[in-house]
Design a binder for this molecule. Structure first.
Ligand code: NAD
Ligand code: LMR
Length: 329
């Protein structure tokens, strides 16, 4: 059976993450080995030439699943008929920039992109925001797209999730594939809370197995939460291949489902679960099936976790209030 190609739009396509992402989308890792794709690359005018160079390389790979590539600096064209949108391009924080300046500069990107998605994307559009501050950028885009169901706008915390799995595997000597049910709560920022109280290592409860609250509080949580900064310090640039890999994982899991007995972490509009204010885009434990996700309910949240979830959620509500004040939502 010949399948209709899926239209995948990538913004910031000429950037570092874009370069690590596009070849994997085109080779079938995003959606599956039998799903053809059309790529739409959105860049600012200064990025178009480099995007054209990447498109030449994509052609040179002769990927059987890649049916077409369009490059544009017009968001309405880039999102026309889009089924999946990966919003990667963002305004980085530069020296002397206050948080309000950063939110305002990104509002200038994500508000019009949200509107362009609203006006042009396919009915089944799924959006992943990678560009930082990812959760609040996703909120801005979502607010500008009133005709798209809010739950289609998600923010990436899968890189944090993968980082936490890797750290826990190293601590316990387990294989990463033995680790299940890990959760990232809150914001993709240094306040995020990687939670191992419900996680399993080869079927055993991870927190009981580790049995070391000092390691949890003073090593594990800060290592995961500050990993992005540590990569920038080491590489002189922010994570790119691991971020692209996490974006692939996020969408692949959303579309193709979580494995039985496991869950993943996604930044999604809160429905009020676990005391997280409705509407903010916060990371939760979710299962996915048939292209839809559901928050894992009924987890017992201990005091240690409650304080950390609340701190990250507080930061998200402050970011929401700031963008509201700026008229961005
Ligand atoms: P980069 O600077 O290499 O690339 C960004 C690209 O976006 C550039 O080519 C730029 O021209 C383009 N761009 C800027 N504004 C645009 C717009 N309005 N429309 C389309 N394209 C636009 O950056 P990168 O390393 O690829 O990182 C991209 C973003 O992802 C950054 O915000 C970074 O902080 C973030 N990030 C998030 C995570 C996460 O886990 N959520 C992880 C790593 C990086
Ligand atoms: C990461 O987690 O690696 C990035 O979000 C860091 C950054 O600020 O780009």
């Amino acid at each position: 059976m010949t399948r209709t190609p899926v239209n995948v739009t990538v913004t910031g396509a000429a950037g570092q993450i874009g370069y690590a992402l596009l070849f994997r989308i085109a080779s079938g890792h995003l959606l599956g080995p039998d799903v053809p794709v059309n790529l739409r690359l959105l860049e600012i005018p200064q990025g178009l030439k480099a995007a054209e160079g990447t498109a030449m390389e994509l052609d040179d790979c002769a990927f059987p699943l890649l049916r077409g590539i369009e490059i544009t600096d017009d968001a309405n064209k880039a999102f026309a008929g889009a089924n999946v949108a990966l919003l990667v391009g963002a305004r980085p924080r530069t020296k002397g920039m206050e948080r309000g300046d950063l939110l305002s500069a990104n509002g200038g990107i994500f508000k019009p992109q949200g509107k362009a998605i609203n006006d042009n994307a396919a009915d089944d559009i799924k959006v992943l925001v990678v560009g930082n501050p990812a959760n609040t950028n996703a909120l801005i885009a979502q607010a500008a797209a009133p005709d798209v169901p809010a739950e289609r706008f998600t923010a990436m915390t899968r890189l944090d999730h993968n980082r936490a799995i890797s750290q826990l595997a190293a601590k316990t000597g387990a294989a990463v594939s033995d680790i299940k049910k890990l959760t990232i709560w809150g914001n993709h920022s240094a306040t995020q809370y990687p939670d191992i109280f419900h996680a399993e290592v080869a079927g055993k409860n991870a927190a009981e197995l580790v049995n070391d609250e000092a390691w949890l509080a003073d090593t594990f949580i800060p290592t995961v939460a500050k990993r992005g900064a540590a990569i920038i310090e080491a590489r002189g640039a922010s994570s790119a291949a691991s971020a692209a890999n996490a974006a692939i994982d996020h969408v692949h899991t959303w579309v193709n489902g979580t494995a039985a007995g496991d869950w993943t972490s996604m930044g999604i509009p809160s429905d009020g679960s676990y005391g997280v204010p409705e509407g903010i885009i916060s990371s939760f434990p979710v299962t996915t099936k048939d292209g839809k996700y559901e928050i894992v309910q009924g987890l017992d949240i201990n005091e240690f976790s409650r304080a950390r979830i609340d701190a990250s959620v507080k930061e998200l509500t402050e970011e929401r209030d700031a963008v509201r004040e700026l008229g961005l939502i």
